[in-house]
Write a protein that binds this ligand. Structure first.
Ligand SMILES: *[C@@H]1O[C@H](CO)[C@@H](O)[C@H](O)[C@H]1NC(C)=O
Ligand SMILES: *[C@@H]1O[C@H](CO)[C@@H](O)[C@H](O)[C@H]1NC(C)=O
Ligand SMILES: *[C@@H]1O[C@H](CO)[C@@H](O)[C@H](O)[C@H]1NC(C)=O
Length: 277
């Protein structure tokens, strides 16, 4: 935020009424402040200021008219204007992306154009038979803003770029300004993935997603199953051994009177099986 303000101050300092467009990058949930270049410090009122908004060519909406928030604008609840006529939007969401224009009266020669770009990162349980989780990274923006190939990058926890498929991830590439990454095999307890938007070799914005792995749960239930199988097998084996032992016992008792030997065989076998479990 400080950086943004400094950038805006620099822009103002570089020449009031500059026609240079301003590009800002944020994550959903952020609070955004957009300054109006044409307003200088001597201005005491914003009554001559309008803020307009558009996202594509379908139409421009007036969100601030003569210094007043337009109550019927869908964003009205989140908007406010400060004494320098800067526009603040709280808790931005993907729908707020687009172009904001600060206009002095009805003349548009001195418009300030601010392009608000918003990065979102979400996760969905994959419908893929392999399972896993699909992360979706999207840069929401005005339709004027181009999104070059490979402008959305994925990094793993070690900050290495994930470029192609490997054992753990399936990268399905970038479509326009949307990129999907499917994590198929979750080898580790929890892992952080980062999505970056890069323009002119500069990271403009990034977002992290920490995947809480289900591996532990899966391996737990697997080992539980294993234990059940082992116990089941042991009980079965024990039963057979008891029968064998009893047979030996009865047989030897019939033959001679050496009953103790037979009992001993039976007990020893039991002890040995328990130790193995
Ligand atoms: C921010 O907006 C989202 C919807 O866009 C909403 O779910 C959330 O509760 C809001 N948060 C706050 C603090 O208002
Ligand atoms: C988890 O990942 C980290 C970093 O990739 C690695 O150093 C560690 O050995 C892994 N732990 C397990 C249990 O795989
Ligand atoms: C993402 O994680 C990295 C490494 O911990 C951190 O430097 C960066 O600030 C995080 N980014 C966000 C947007 O939280």
């Amino acid at each position: 935020m400080l950086l943004l303000l400094l950038t805006l101050l620099f822009v103002i300092g570089a020449g009031a009424g500059s026609s240079d467009d301003i590009y800002i990058y944020h994550r959903a949930g952020d609070e955004v402040i957009m300054s109006c270049n044409i307003v200088d410090s001597s201005e005491t009122s914003c009554s001559i200021i309008n803020w307009l908004y558009n996202r594509d060519t379908s139409g421009t909406h007036t969100i601030v008219r003569d210094g007043q928030i337009n109550k019927v604008s869908p964003q009205a609840d989140k908007l406010s204007l400060d004494h320098r006529c800067s526009l603040t939007i709280t808790n931005i969401s993907s729908e707020d992306a687009g172009r904001y224009i600060c206009r002095y009266g009805n003349t548009y020669e001195h418009d300030t154009n601010v392009y608000l770009n918003i990065l979102t990162l979400s996760a969905d349980q994959s419908t893929d038979p392999v399972g896993g989780v699909t992360l979706t990274c999207t840069l929401w923006r005005h339709t004027y803003i181009s999104c070059e190939e490979h402008s959305l990058r994925w990094l793993d926890e070690e900050r290495d770029e994930l470029k192609k498929d490997d054992d753990e991830v399936h990268y399905s590439g970038q479509m326009n300004c949307v990129s999907h990454l499917t994590i198929t095999h979750q080898s580790n307890h929890s892992r952080r993935y980062t999505c970056q938007f890069v323009k002119s070799n500069e990271v403009k914005i990034s977002a992290n997603y920490t995947l809480v792995s289900t591996v532990d749960l899966t391996s737990d239930s697997t080992s539980n199953k294993m234990i059940i199988i082992i116990i089941g097998a042991s009980v079965g084996l024990l039963t057979i051994l008891v029968i064998v032992g009893l047979t030996v016992f009865i047989t030897s008792r019939r033959k001679t009177g050496a009953a103790e030997e037979g009992v001993c065989v039976c007990v020893c076998v039991r002890v040995r099986v328990r130790v193995r479990v």
